[in-house]
Design a protein around this ligand. Structure first.
Ligand SMILES: Nc1ncnc2c1ncn2[C@@H]1O[C@H](COP(=O)(O)OP(=O)(O)OP(=O)(O)O)[C@@H](O)[C@H]1O
Ligand SMILES: [Mg+2]
Length: 251
């Protein structure tokens, strides 16, 4: 086999696909004196590194299980003037992850809670942090199922392996005390180890109604809020943006 074929086969075996794709044109450039061997070599390696990083980002974003794709750049801050853009941008810089802070995003329906949660989660996934997003409803049913099947510890451990766990839509359903305890168990295990981002339509004073037990709710809020940042969004629903526009046009 010719040396170029051996080289191509080895690049294939090592999964260095970008180098394999480009090596012929780089060999030509070196032969023509357009590039030094050193430049050609380091450019090809850089290409391969970039390609592998891009693939890793795609896979982290896929694993994160976001309900839709949104970025901070898609968020119209002028529509929610009550929201502090600098604070949101600071969260998107992911400093909170290094400080193991939690984020609670509160607001009425349609104000962009999930949009912001997904945007922050996407930034984290792009930086190769392990991220997982799940609705509160699905989380609770998974924990209950795991308990029923006698594998609760393993399931909680599974949720604990993520550096950022996004729990979307807390507060839409009330829980019995056993279920509330399952959730408390998870938050207690994650406390000061990794960050949890919660979106909710509830003000904190209403949490005891959802969890059914004021003592447990206090212990839960204590852990969640100890190192945390809270975003309150007080504004109109973006889903009703067009209707609101029509109403102002009629005036
Ligand atoms: N300020 C905004 N700029 C651009 N798009 C927005 C903005 N706010 C919300 N949206 C869009 O409006 C839709 C609803 O937003 P989102 O799902 O984030 O609302 P929510 O606060 O999570 O509502 P709910 O409580 O009903 O879950 C999404 O498509 C989202 O991308
Ligand atoms: Mg939402």
């Amino acid at each position: 086999m010719s040396s170029i074929n051996v080289l191509m086969n080895n690049l294939e075996k090592l999964k260095l696909f970008k180098i394999k794709e480009n090596i012929n044109s780089y060999l030509d450039m070196v032969a023509d004196g357009v590039k030094t061997p050193m430049d050609a070599f380091s450019e090809m390696i850089q290409m391969e590194v970039n390609h592998k990083e891009d693939l890793a980002i795609v896979s982290c974003v896929k694993i994160a299980n976001f309900p839709f794709q949104r970025g901070i750049q898609d968020f119209d801050f002028s529509f929610q003037p009550s929201l502090d853009k600098n604070k949101v941008m600071d969260l998107a810089s992911l400093r909170f992850l290094e400080k193991t802070e939690n984020i609670i995003i509160c607001g009425t329906p349609g104000v962009g809670k999930t949009h912001l949660a997904v945007s922050i989660g996407t930034e984290a996934a792009k930086q190769r942090y392990s991220v997982y997003c799940i609705s509160f409803h699905d989380l609770i049913s998974q924990l209950r199922k795991a308990k029923y099947e006698n594998r609760l510890e393993a399931r909680i451990k599974w949720f604990c392996r993520y550096r950022l766990l996004i729990l979307d839509e807390l507060g839409y359903e009330k829980m019995d005390v056993d279920t509330a305890n399952l959730f408390f168990n998870l938050i207690a295990k994650r406390y000061e180890k990794s960050s949890t981002l919660i979106t909710t339509n509830l003000t904190f004073s209403k949490w005891p109604e959802v969890f059914g037990d004021p003592v447990l709710t206090n212990a839960l809020l204590d852990r969640l809020l100890h190192h945390s940042q809270v975003l309150n969004i007080n504004g109109p629903s973006y889903r009703l943006k067009d209707q609101l526009q029509l109403m102002t046009d009629d005036d």
